[in-house]
Design a protein around this ligand. Structure first.
Ligand code: 5GP
Length: 198
């Protein structure tokens, strides 16, 4: 397996977004339209949510198994977020980058800060997808499923943390009311990333 950081010929498209921004829909469309684009599958110590499948959305690990991988130096980056650990395995991303591929990584701010230290800046485009302010996200979440005050307050705290990522983005995509135009902006990011592979 090639895990040499000097062998990077592909391009990393980082996607950051608050929960409920619609990033999942945008990424899914891009993966369908560009079959050579790869989205990394992260590891997490959090519990599986309904509808999630091990190895698809995440590799779901026990905290002990996660910590062992940290110890063994298997992660390119990892972070603790909302009480759980999340990380990108070197084996998930580096071989793809060595093979000139465009790779989407959907991670939070602390992870992006680590990637900024590790990868040459010209090999990485940071995007932030936003969907309006808290009131819009709150209304969307309530429309989807009824939620208690406590859960809504936890979501609000999380929104405030996630929003801090916006200033480091190279590209900010507005997905508050026009999914088609948001997707078209994301396509431009992907097509520019193809041009930057060498
Ligand atoms: P969720 O639990 O809602 O799936 O994800 C929580 C947060 O963890 C999201 O902001 C997501 O982007 C982030 N995340 C997912 N995978 C990784 C990863 O491998 N590394 C880091 N640093 N963050 C991740």
């Amino acid at each position: 397996m090639n895990t040499d950081l000097t062998e990077i010929r592909g391009h990393v498209v980082v996607v950051m977004a608050p929960m409920g921004s619609g990033k999942g829909t945008i990424i899914k469309s891009a993966l369908e339209e560009y079959p050579t684009v790869y989205e990394t599958v992260s590891c997490t110590s959090r519990a599986v949510r309904p509808g999630e499948v091990d190895g698809v959305q995440y590799h779901f690990l026990s905290l002990e198994a996660f910590d062992k991988k940290i110890e063994d130096g298997e992660f390119l980056e990892w972070a603790e977020f909302a009480g759980h650990k999340y990380g990108t395995l070197k084996s998930e991303i580096l071989p793809k980058l060595a093979e000139k591929q465009v790779v989407i990584v959907e991670i939070e701010l602390q992870g992006v800060e680590q990637l900024l230290e590790l990868l040459p800046r010209e090999h990485m485009t940071i995007t932030y997808i936003e969907a309006g302010g808290w009131e819009v996200l709150r209304a969307r979440a309530e429309a989807r499923a009824p939620m208690g005050e406590e859960e809504m307050s936890a979501r609000h705290d999380r929104f405030l943390i996630e929003q801090k990522a916006k200033p480091i983005a190279d590209v900010v995509i507005d997905n508050s009311n026009d999914l088609e135009s948001a997707y078209s902006e994301f396509k431009t990011v992907i097509e520019d990333a193809f041009k930057k592979c060498k």
